[in-house]
Design a protein around this ligand. Sequence first.
Ligand code: NAI
Length: 675
Amino acid sequence: MNKHFHVRYDEQQLAWLYFDAADTTTNVLTEEALEEFDQQLLGIAQARPKGLVILSAKKSGFIAGADVKAFATIHSPEAAKKLILRAHDIFHRLEALPFPSVALIHGFCLGGGLELALACRYRVASTDPATRLGFPEVRLGIFPGFGGSVRSIQLLGHLPAMQMMLSAHSLSAKAAKRIHLVDYAVPQRQLKNTARKLIEEQPPRHRPGLLQRIPGNFVLRPAVARILAKQVAKRVRQSHYPAPYALITHWRQNAGNTAQMYASEAQQVSSLLTGETAQNLIRVFLLQDRLKGLAEKSSFQAKQVHVIGGGIMGGDIAAWCILRGLKVTLQDRAPEYLGHAIARAHSLFRKKLRDHYLVQDAMDRLLPDHLGEGVGKADLVIEAIFEDIDAKQTLYEKVEPQMKETALLATNTSSIPLEKLAEKLQHPPRLIGLHFFNPVAKMPLVEIVTQEDNPPQLIADATRFTKAIGKLPLPVKSRPGFLVNRVLMPYLLEAVTLLQEGISAADIDEAAIRFGMPMGPVELADTVGLDICLSVAEKLSETLHNEVPENLRNKVEAGHLGKKSGQGFFTWSKGKAQKEAASALEDKLNHYADRMILRLINESMACLREAIVEDADLLDAGIIFGTGFAPFRGGPMHYADKIGKTEILSKLGKLEYTYGSRFTPDPGWEDHFAK
Ligand code: NAI
């Protein structure tokens, strides 16, 4: 049964075990692959080679991790534990081989993949930028469960290993070498020779020094654990994300006793895996995969992009496309408008690329082009000029005849219906929306805004482009606010209404953060800019049946625009909102959270009923990746399904009675819950 692995023996009596998972481009440790790996190890052990080298036959990398898809189908801790104990057995067998073993790592080596590598005697990684080693498990609500929480500590020492697992950050080969996670970091072409040399010379395995061993001493451990928990608490709450806290407890109670560590790892990870947080985070991971999968219906490849409008959005979209390897011409009304965009791009390249030559190469691919000479050469034209119908229409009339026939024409409009913008085009259906979010470098989602007449191939091509530049594409219909702004706005407006009622900004933000939002709504509104919030609120007020709150209008009229002007609902100093501590009691905070979150959920239902997106899962994906909506809750519709019809409708009913029609339950709920 050689489905996923094949082994070759060379004349120096080395066994080269290639992982080449069947029917996929990425190596993942499925249950089937693990079983075959075990069989292969048995065969190799019998052949008694001088050494074993484990490597990948895939371009995409070594091993991306365990099978996250299968995690979603495990419902009992017992089933999870069975799988984990089986992986423990197999990796113990690898570790106990009587000859040296080496993991040859090029590309991704994550999660279960890194755990497999840790069970080898040595590790060699390529210095290629694609090589990343890490434990992303806490992002999925678990911690390393295939022996990784034990072996990483044995190899690296207590603090480096714990920090790696708690942070979920991945490392380059050189950084991995620095902490002794790999024995050598070498250029890709030297990987195999380095493995041969290691097997030949068999140097002693790295052992952590005294300094790295001390924090694990049983007298010090409780104090160190408290410090680690404090650091984690700055980022996440235990009630929302239990995994990092469980990892610290597991370490505090068992470090120092290897057998106990393995047993506790299996116990803890199986109970975390089947808990609500992990299952929701796994759902989010799979939703992300689904968004990426939407790009598979096209083979469109853009090499050159022309961006019109070098303001906040156009400039940043251009810079982002450059970072992803494209050539970009950037147009504005006159050369002097492009200076800011080019300077911002330069500082982004320096931050992301670091290397001087890479930065120079990036700058060489970004061409200021105020005359629009790049239009005729581009595979895709993205318009990001002022939000003004006439200006945009006039621009398209000029640009369309110069474009290649096969090129895509996209707008970054945030509020104008596409049908309206396309009116004066020779071929109106060729216009599509690529709605990026601000700040472009940080926001993972791009809404692919579609009009009724867009050919399906165009939608597929725009989706493909979005994935190719490393963003998550979500097709949505061209209705006011599209999906994300439409759902986010009622939530923000409710926060502004609470402010108007005299509730403190600190309490409002605390209520939302307790629910699990990454940032409070008042701080978010200040960060986005109150002028932008006001303009979106005005455009959506009819759709949302929501009058624009007076205090929002007053702030903008007074020039208090938020973070950018130093004063909004908060006063800002050195880029930080000056917040007092929240003081409201638990009950009150829950009530404020209900008001804001239920508006967001009710509007989500309205969008689903109006088929703005295809289904509830895609809606959840859009709101999580477009707004940061509490990922551990699995998305607004998933959360609504969990709390159920009775609670949703009764809470909305009570709020409607007290606060009026903005809380009227959407007519879609009855049908939704009848399904
Ligand atoms: P901005 O005001 O920062 O930049 C607009 C740029 O377009 C200016 O540099 C201006 O000189 C240039 N421009 C105007 N007319 C032009 C023309 N005829 N030819 C060439 N260049 C021209 O605006 P921003 O914020 O970048 O917005 C651009 C578009 O992106 C708008 O449609 C907006 O609705 C949308 N958007 C904005 C977001 C934001 O947070 N700012 C978020 C998502 C979309």
